[in-house]
Ligand binder design. Structure first.
Ligand code: GLA
Length: 394
């Protein structure tokens, strides 16, 4: 048989991934998949490290995601082929789920199904083929899109009564309790409930959300610094603990309940590093809400200012950027000025920056990245032109 050449990633990749997943399923299991599901990755426009503080975030689901072709099985075995994780396969029984130190990717399947089983003990096994094009470790939520795609596949295979918000909570619990990252709810919720052409202001306290259209003349421009992220989970979990310590000092459930005036008044009683962490969260919440309004009013200079200040706050107060991310932001900002916005996106410690770029400036932004990044940092950046897509459960 002729060697199979996977299709190139393009704007149509959602469709192409479905074809690829079905094709690979036939190769693996010698029959057609009963369902093919897709869940998107995400980019966060503003509001980072606020979700686990009951705060506000403004992400959009993007046209890079995870696709799963799946069929039911009569027994309790889950048989997974991960095309993009070294063509590996992993088999396990739903009655015997344990953490796998070798095949880390399989823990997203195992953790998600372990939590799902508690709510839906009626599920049985499945044959699964997974393929995805969210760059891993880039801050674009490859793991959340994987969890949500698994949940979508099982909900279709077994006709589960599962809505997007509940799916997101299951995915988050899998990461918290099984994988070991104490992430918030943002990534899973936007992957499940994003709306095409829109960003979403999500209130992480009560999980209510509002969609805001991204103006047609703006490009969602994402640049991957391609800095390998190390020890991310432990640094992330530490940030979360630090935020919780300040909330505890104020006697509230989360930093969402603390105002900037209260925080400033207590400055000399809080350890300087913890004070800075909290100042980021409190100010970032205000910026996320401000950016939603500015997006609705098409007020680019406010968006621009909010994104710039968000980056500075993540760099100086929350200390989760890298010099490469700071460099990319500075380069892109030098072209955009008040005509667009740019900042790091996601958890940080490497990964991507996001820019809202007027279509007329896209080439200039590309040129500045291509001419300066490699020269200054000896790394090649990857550029992704994104569009906001629909979540898996919307
Ligand atoms: C990661 C987590 C999210 C969120 C972001 C930072 O992506 O999974 O829950 O905390 O970092 O905003």
């Amino acid at each position: 048989m002729a060697k199979y050449v996977p299709p190139q990633i393009s704007e149509q990749q959602g469709v192409e991934q479905q074809t690829l997943a079905q094709y690979l399923f036939e190769q693996q299991f010698q029959c057609s998949a009963e369902v093919v599901c897709h869940a998107p990755g995400r980019v966060n426009l503003i509001g980072d490290h606020t979700d686990y503080n009951d705060g506000f975030v403004l992400p959009a689901a993007i046209n890079y995601g995870t696709t799963i072709a799946a069929s039911t099985r009569e027994d309790n075995v889950v048989n997974v082929y991960a095309h993009d994780c070294g063509l590996q396969t992993n088999n396990f029984s739903l009655h015997d789920i344990s953490f796998d130190k070798e095949m880390m990717w399989s823990n997203y399947v195992k953790g998600t199904l372990q939590v799902l089983l508690k709510k839906h003990p009626e599920i049985r096994g499945a044959n699964l083929v997974v393929t995805g094009n969210v760059p891993q470790g880039a801050g674009l939520s490859s793991s959340a899109s994987f969890e949500i795609a698994i949940l979508k596949a099982f909900s279709q295979l077994y006709q589960l009564d599962l809505n997007g918000v509940n799916a997101a909570l299951i995915g988050q619990q899998a990461e918290n309790d099984f994988v070991g990252c104490n992430c918030g709810i943002m990534d899973q919720l936007i992957s499940a409930m994003g709306k095409k052409g829109h960003a979403m202001l999500l209130d992480c306290k009560d999980l209510s959300f509002e969609d805001a259209p991204i103006p047609d003349d703006l490009t969602l421009f994402i640049v991957n610094s391609n800095v390998k992220r190390g020890l991310v989970d432990s640094a992330y979990n530490l940030r979360r603990k630090q935020c919780e310590a300040v909330a505890k000092y104020f006697g509230v459930s989360a930093l969402r309940e603390v105002t900037m005036a209260q925080l400033n008044a207590a400055e000399d009683k809080i350890e300087p590093e913890l004070f800075k962490r909290a100042r980021h969260v409190v100010s970032e919440n205000a910026r996320a809400v401000m950016t939603l309004k500015a997006l609705k009013d098409n007020d680019m200079s406010t968006i621009s200012m909010a994104m710039r200040e968000s980056h500075i706050s993540l760099r100086d107060d929350f200390e989760v950027t890298t010099k490469e991310m700071d460099g990319l932001v500075e380069m892109i900002d030098s072209v955009l000025g008040t005509k667009g916005g740019v900042r790091m996106t996601g958890g940080g410690f490497g990964g991507c920056v996001v820019a809202l770029v007027p279509t007329a400036l896209v080439e200039q932004v590309k040129d500045v990245v291509n001419s300066r990044y490699e020269q200054e940092f000896s790394l090649t950046a990857s550029i992704y032109h994104c569009t906001a897509t629909q979540g898996a459960f919307r």
